[in-house]
Design a binder for this molecule. Structure first.
Ligand code: MN3
Length: 252
């Protein structure tokens, strides 16, 4: 095959595939581009990068009441999320993953690792992000000017954005997550199944990019208070979004 026909072959083979368009090897670099150059979350002096250890919850278990009750928060953090962190560390040892590097690095290569890594790496990462995406409730809770303008220019209005994100969260069948993420500087909305997330290099992850806001729609996140009423949980959750934190992830 000469160079031209090889190029054509490659071009045809990758047509329509966002995953292969960036190349598997380039995936980590692409994520870095999406996330921008400022890699620190200043307010809590929390690194922009996520590690393998469970970090302390940034508020008390009852801080999100009456929208998310203390019992749900305690079980969610100390049982569910703690188990993901524990199982992730086991997988990392078994699969010789370099845990001195950010978890984002390994998540970007999820296809190379086991299902145990996929489920628990995603589970740990998603929850670490989710806790930081919330704060005690505020009525009329909105992002500050910079993020608000970006949301308005991307989705038409803040209300339209909320409607689209809410739909993504409501229509995720079974267990999963809704996301606001960036892809090459553009804000996008999507959802993933189970504990998958937009960082993962998996064909089944439709929405790829750098996650800046997430919502857990597993029943364990809301069932004690809301039972089957996922829509009510989502509607109330908007009052908890920590828009200041979300904006720190928007540096592309
Ligand atoms: Mn959860």
């Amino acid at each position: 095959m000469n160079t031209n026909s090889r190029r054509k072959f490659i071009k045809n083979t990758i047509a329509g595939s966002a995953l292969l368009a960036v190349g598997l090897k380039g995936w980590s670099e692409t994520i870095k581009k999406w996330s921008g150059s400022n890699s620190f979350y200043q307010p809590g002096n929390t690194s922009f990068e996520t590690g393998y250890e469970q970090t302390p919850l940034p508020y008390a278990y009852n801080a999100l009441e009456d929208i998310i009750d203390a019992a749900t928060m305690e079980i969610h953090y100390s049982k569910h999320a703690a188990a993901y962190a524990k199982n992730l560390k086991e997988a990392a040892v078994a699969e010789k993953i370099d845990t001195t590097k950010p978890l984002e690095d390994a998540l970007a290569k999820t296809s190379a690792y086991s299902t145990k890594f996929r489920n628990n790496g995603g589970g740990h990462y998603n929850h670490e992000l989710f806790w930081k995406c919330m704060r005690p409730k505020q009525d009329n809770n909105k992002p500050a000017v910079k993020l608000l303008e970006k949301i308005e220019s991307s989705f038409g209005s803040f209300e339209q954005f909320k409607t689209q994100f809410t739909d993504a969260a409501k229509t995720r069948f079974g267990s999963g997550w809704a996301w606001l993420y960036t892809n090459q500087g553009q804000l996008k909305i999507g959802s993933t199944a189970n504990q998958d997330n937009p960082l993962m290099d998996l064909p089944s992850v439709e929405h790829k990019g750098f996650p800046i806001l997430c919502l857990d729609v597993w029943e364990h996140a809301y069932y004690l208070k809301y039972q089957n009423k996922r829509a009510d949980y989502i509607e109330n959750w908007w009052k908890l979004v920590n828009w200041d934190f979300v904006e720190t992830r928007l540096n592309g």
